[in-house]
Design a protein around this ligand. Structure first.
Ligand SMILES: [Zn+2]
Length: 360
């Protein structure tokens, strides 16, 4: 190779590196900040309900939209455990699996890979924090029903922030093994049980935060407190303090249950607006921290929800089933690397890309 050819090659390589650099003013030296939102059961019908209720949805600001093929190794219709595990690990697995592959052995999650890289980590949900979706990021069990064991693993995991319901699973008075997991949690975390206690915290003084706001699941929106946006804002305030960045998963757990119950449109809309406001908190955070990648997905669609006029000319919710469906679910992405999430991806491929985002 001549000197001129070598120089040309270097120029091409430099140009390629420049074009491949993250957009939005973020650089390679910036901390990795990755926020994943999972809407349980949230298919296109659910987002349509939200869009009809509010013109200025946070997800409308997302430049990248895709569709996720959510099938699991059990078949075309997944459950939350299989789909969340695929998002968490990049591995396709069976319905009921929590943080394990098809052979039931543990697989590292994106949260665990982030923690290995000294990043802060967080899980937020409106269900029990031991429920399938959040559990799939910080526990490894062959079956989602094993919530006593999931609680034990999550209590010992050192996730920086955990906010949701499910206090009973940690309580020694209630656990079948009588082990009071709350004792060690209170030693290592700032621990809260009410929305008032959460609001009163000065997050600058909080190194690690555990909030269990109900014995089991939190109430339905719009009556639910703390709201998903309040919990998301609190989580971001704590995680922001880590100079190495963070991985945060926020689940809107309850659109799925409204769908299973074939509930009327206002019940769907209430959950979706709570979800979208939580996404709005992340978008606001991203404005000050452009190196933040935000990805919004559903784990599967529930109910075969369609919006249609009834005999009186009122727009309402119509369902084809009380179960999950095989329908693809929408994805929204915003921030450095967001363009990779466009098109049609499997949930496991989304998991691989999230893994790359925390490893970059
Ligand atoms: Zn469900």
């Amino acid at each position: 190779m001549t000197a001129a050819q070598g120089c040309y090659r270097l120029t091409v390589i430099a140009l390629a590196l420049t074009l491949g650099a993250p957009a939005s003013g973020a650089g390679q030296d910036d901390p990795r900040r990755v926020i994943l939102f999972i809407g349980d059961g949230v298919g296109v019908g659910y987002w349509t309900a939200a869009a009809f209720a509010r013109d200025r949805l946070a997800v409308k600001q997302f430049p990248v939209v895709g569709l996720v093929d959510v099938r699991s190794s059990s078949g075309r219709v997944p459950d939350s455990a299989a789909s969340a595990t695929s998002y968490a690990t990049g591995v396709e697995t069976y319905n009921g699996a929590v943080g394990v592959g098809r052979d039931s052995t543990a697989v590292d999650t994106v949260l665990e890979v982030a923690a290995e890289r000294d990043m802060a980590t967080g899980l937020v949900a409106t269900s029990r924090i031991t429920h399938a979706t959040p559990a799939s990021f910080a526990a490894h069990v062959p079956n989602r029903q094993l919530e006593w064991e999931i609680a034990r693993q999550m209590a010992n995991h050192d996730v920086t922030v955990m906010l949701g319901g499910g206090r009973a699973a940690f309580d020694g008075q209630i656990r079948p093994d009588s082990v009071d997991l709350l004792v060690s949690i209170k030693e290592r975390y700032t621990y809260v049980e009410t929305p008032e206690e959460l609001q009163a915290l000065n997050m600058r003084n909080v190194k690690a935060l555990f909030g269990l706001f109900a014995p089991s699941h939190l109430p339905a929106a719009p009556a639910r407190v703390p709201t998903l946006p309040q919990m998301t804002e609190a989580a971001l305030a704590v995680l922001d303090e880590d100079p190495d960045g963070f991985f945060l998963m926020v689940e809107a757990s309850q659109p799925d249950w409204r769908g299973h119950g074939n509930e009327p449109l206002p019940a769907i809309t209430a959950e979706m607006l709570d979800f979208d406001r939580a996404i709005g908190e992340a978008v606001e955070y991203q404005r000050d921290h452009p190196e933040t990648l935000i990805v919004v997905v559903g784990d599967h669609e529930t109910g075969g929800l369609a919006l249609q006029y009834d005999s009186t000319g009122t727009l309402g919710a119509a369902y084809t089933t009380g179960s999950h469906t095989a329908t693809m679910v929408p994805l929204f992405a915003k921030g450095p690397g967001a363009e990779q999430f466009g098109g049609i991806l499997s949930n496991a491929r989304v998991g691989e890309l999230l893994m790359e985002a925390v490893r970059r």
